[in-house]
Ligand binder design. Structure first.
Ligand code: SF4
Length: 300
């Protein structure tokens, strides 16, 4: 990789990094080893981040201050203000996700507050930790696995992870896409390591928004057997071994089968250049350096 830009190995590896390596190692190199991202606002990601912030503030403050019911609405308004401040701007009208406006964000959080309040009043769910960062050793493999769990909770006395998602695509198969899924397996394994207890699985709490539908809140459950967790560890270690080889060989191969995924890879222009000098110029012109830190961020 004959780039003149600074190459820095990720400090630790999480689902986003290893998943991108499995999609296309070259994309992972550009995104995580060079730390480059496009300058255009990614409205779905920003909308998801803002919604995550709302959920984080609600439960972190609630956990720290044991907020009484009379102050729940004040807490909601505080969290909502922080959320709105964090959202950069409404998308332009011609944007394909132009419906992800501040008004839609407010509606999403208002509805989330109703769900949050009903859950608290029912008394069946107890939040044990919110936005729990971790980096854990995988037995004696020499590898670690990192990430951030949105919530660790007890439901009717049983331990679950909850992961908040936002989406504009929810066909009939959405609920099935989490089995198998490396992020769900990794979080189930990590929650078990952190708690020392049996973890039932992950509640995928999803907010669905399209131009004409939403916000709608839906929850899906995804569970893992011991066999599935053992196999996840083997898969993860296989990815880590391949990463070590790529770093030793100083070559992160392109997977051109992924170029059309998600509406087309942003880095297509870079990969099309025929020299690394031209690629570096493309990266300087179209991206900024912004290194991923899983302790702060989360994909939606
Ligand atoms: S354009 Fe294709 S080969 Fe290049 S980084 Fe993207 S997915 Fe990989």
């Amino acid at each position: 990789m004959n780039t003149s830009l600074p190459v820095v190995s990720p400090r630790a590896f999480d689902f986003s990094t290893t998943n991108t390596v499995n999609q296309c190692a070259r994309k992972a190199f550009l995104q995580y080893w060079l730390g480059r991202r496009g300058t255009a606002v990614n409205y779905p990601i920003e909308f998801g981040n803002a919604y995550h912030l709302y959920r984080e503030v609600m439960d972190k403050v609630f956990l720290e201050k044991d907020t009484p019911e009379a102050q729940w609405h004040t807490l909601h308004e505080y969290a909502l203000n922080k959320t709105i401040e964090s959202y950069p701007e409404d998308p332009p009208l011609e944007h394909k996700k132009s419906f992800l406006t501040r008004i839609r964000l407010i509606e999403t959080c208002e509805q989330a507050f109703d769900v949050w309040r009903d859950e608290k009043l029912s008394g069946k769910t107890v939040i044990l930790a919110s936005e729990q960062s971790f980096e854990l050793a995988l037995d004696d493999t020499g590898y670690t696995y990192g990430g951030k769990i949105d919530q660790l909770l007890e439901m009717s006395g049983q331990l679950w992870v909850r992961d908040f998602k936002t989406t504009s695509y929810m066909g009939r198969t959405y609920g099935f896409k989490w089995d198998p899924n490396a992020q769900i397996s990794g979080y189930t394994w990590a929650a078990r390591e952190l708690s020392g207890r049996r973890v039932m699985g992950v509640i995928i709490s999803t907010v669905y928004n399209t131009k004409n539908i939403g916000p709608q809140h839906h929850s899906f459950l995804s569970t893992r057997s011991e066999f599935a967790l053992d196999e996840w560890k083997l898969d993860y270690c296989d990815t880590r071994r391949r990463i070590t080889l790529m770093e030793q060989d100083n070559y992160f191969p392109k997977n051109t089968s992924s170029c059309d995924d998600y509406g087309g890879c942003f880095f297509r222009g870079c990969c099309s250049m025929s020299t690394w000098i031209a690629r570096d110029e493309w990266l300087e012109d179209h991206t900024v350096e912004d290194r991923w830190d899983f302790m702060k961020g989360e994909d939606t």
